[in-house]
Design a protein around this ligand. Structure first.
Ligand code: 4NP
Length: 171
């Protein structure tokens, strides 16, 4: 059974919530998501209630820092992305309460590698928290082949969605 908002609130109020963000390469969207949520929980003063990490579907960039363009756009907002890329693995489905994909292709790929029915239930689409009616997007678009606007868009969409996520889980 898919995790409900109440299930997520229960995890938080009983101890900790562990979240793994997943995108294709783990050098643009998911390390940005990880860094933005770390910043939100630090500002909210509840960092000890969260375990936050990110990983990629592919292994092309394993061990590398995030894409230079992503880091430049993030640092302008005071966000220092220090993550080194790694590939998602079967163990992640037992180590993390929720695994959040950035688009429907990430979700399909995660479903293919989920080792159990329980693991499938932990896979959630980021669009669950993208409730802003003003937004034209219901996923986080891959910025890799885009210009500066693509990276800014990723940061705007993630900031909005992750504030929603934090609010929903902590209230
Ligand atoms: P990400 O962006 O999934 O947001 O990290 C990409 C990074 C690299 C590639 C694709 C997407 N790539 O094909 O190498």
């Amino acid at each position: 059974m898919k995790l409900t908002d109440q299930n997520l609130r229960d995890l938080y109020h009983k101890g900790k919530v562990s979240i793994l963000f997943v995108c294709l390469g783990n050098i643009c969207r998911s390390p940005a998501a990880e860094t933005i949520l770390r910043d939100i929980v630090a500002q909210a003063g509840d960092a000890d209630r969260w375990v936050i990490d990110s990983a990629g579907i592919g292994n092309w960039h394993v061990g590398q820092r995030a894409d230079h363009r992503m880091r430049v756009h993030a640092i302008r907002r005071g966000l220092d992305i220090t993550h080194r890329a790694r590939q998602v693995c079967a163990d992640d489905f037992s180590r993390f309460d929720i695994i959040i994909g950035m688009d429907s292709s990430n979700i399909d790929d995660l479903r293919d590698i989920a080792p159990s029915a329980d693991a499938l239930d932990r896979i959630l689409h980021i669009n669950r928290w993208m409730g802003n009616v003003a937004s034209r997007y219901d996923y986080i678009p891959d910025p890799y082949y885009e210009g500066a606007e693509g990276f800014e868009l990723v940061l705007d969409l993630l900031t909005d969605a992750l504030h929603n996520l934090h609010h929903t889980i902590t209230h």
